[in-house]
Ligand binder design. Structure first.
Ligand SMILES: *Cc1c(COP(=O)(O)O)cnc(C)c1O
Length: 386
């Protein structure tokens, strides 16, 4: 029996999540209309307090989106023109855009081939070279590890290196709400940027983001920056911008946040079933999860030989897939001026060529999970036939 007569399995289904919460969300939207409270107010402050508590940070500052969370956090940390900031090439482009929009210069280190996360050994080699030789102007001021697919980078090693070389750390946890590293939640270890784009583990009903920090002075600078640099009415102390979190999004996020732990648990259960089913395939290898990490499992990603053939096969079986991300940032046209040739970051480039993301969302039922597994394994069978 082929499975394509059944309804296709979407890559992500947000409608299911919203159906369950619709009445609650509509009531809050109605309340906002009645009060005409759209910017600032109790919902924003309430969400900030609850999200700070969730991440174990002293403060959370709501902003307009995840890209602004990165950009404003860098500005708040004092990054500006002429500064160098190190990150990884296999990320969503926003990580690098944020560096550029501060006037800073992005630099890259390659990733570990199995986790696809920043490789602390390569970071060490990079920092050592820049801090022991070469011009002082080429010493990086900050590093942005990206917790890709919902798993924290090795923050133990990265923070130790950052302390040794006195560089700042900003974590990109846009995909890692609820992940932990060595027992520490993402958001609690360094200043951290989160996105609440609808498809993230915690998603608003539109764009939203936040920065978490243990440093009240940084939080205060961010509150000033996001609101036109105002320190008091009509007092614009710094050149800021408009990047406020709006009240409707904050209200929606407050409805969803209490569900996040269970949603993440369900994501992990689905991903664990995939891991078990795909453990011994020579042609397909799931991204590795480190033993001291509890991942948020934002995406379920595998390295596949002949990725396109697998995607076509799964599509015929009614299983939708996606690519995260097929072109590494250093090879994007907009960063051609950085002069990184193909081959500069081999592991990031291999991941761009090989990775496929399978359906994973908390509302997936066991039958859908079984169908994805059967579809993947039947591709294996196809390959074994003469
Ligand atoms: C989604 C995402 C961002 C940007 O968030 P937006 O809210 O879409 O601006 C940044 N970094 C990573 C790794 C992301 O996945």
């Amino acid at each position: 029996m082929t499975t394509h007569s059944l309804s296709p399995i979407p890559f992500l289904d947000l409608k299911g999540q919203h159906a369950a919460l619709k009445e609650e969300l509509l009531a809050l939207f109605a309340q906002a209309l009645d009060k005409a409270e759209f910017i600032g107010g109790g919902q924003v402050a309430g969400f900030e307090a609850e999200f700070a508590a969730f991440t174990g940070a002293a403060q959370a500052v709501g902003v307009a989106n995840g890209t602004d969370a990165l950009r404003l956090a860098l500005l708040g940390l004092g990054i500006g023109p002429g500064d160098r900031v190190v990150t990884v090439p296999n990320t969503f482009i926003a990580t690098v855009e944020a560096i550029s929009h501060c006037g800073a210069h992005p630099e890259f280190v390659d990733v570990e081939p199995d986790t696809c996360l920043m490789d602390p050994n390569r970071l060490e080699t990079f920092l050592k070279a820049r801090f022991t030789g070469g011009p002082a102007a080429e010493r990086p001021r900050a590093v942005i590890p990206v917790h890709l697919y919902g798993q924290c980078a090795d923050m133990t090693a990265i923070r130790e290196l950052a302390a040794r070389y006195e560089v700042l750390v900003l974590e990109d946890a846009a995909q890692a709400h609820g992940a932990t590293h060595a027992g520490h939640p993402a958001g609690s270890m360094s200043p951290t940027a989160f996105s609440f784009y609808p498809g993230k583990n915690l998603g608003a009903c539109g764009d939203a983001g936040a920065v978490t920090t243990q440093d009240p002075a940084l939080a205060e600078r961010l509150r000033v920056l996001r609101d036109h640099g105002q320190t008091a009415k009509h007092q614009h102390q710094v050149i800021g911008c408009n990047s406020r979190l709006d009240a409707l999004q904050a209200a929606a996020l407050r409805v969803k946040l209490p569900h996040l732990p269970l949603w993440n648990t369900r994501r992990r259960a689905v991903a664990d079933r995939y891991d078990a089913a795909f453990a011994n395939l020579g042609w397909l290898r799931p991204v590795t999860i480190r033993a001291n990490n509890l991942p948020a499992r934002h995406l379920y990603v595998v390295h596949a030989r002949e990725r396109e053939a697998l995607q076509e096969h799964l599509s015929r079986q009614g299983v939708n897939t996606a690519l995260h991300y097929p072109v590494p940032v250093h090879l994007q046209p907009c960063y051609a001026h950085l002069g990184h040739a193909p081959g500069s970051f081999p592991h990031a480039e291999a991941s761009a060529r090989e990775l496929v993301s399978l359906p994973l969302f908390p509302e997936m039922d066991d039958d859908q999970v079984a169908r994805v597994i059967a579809a993947v394994l039947s591709h294996d069978m196809d390959r074994l036939l003469p």
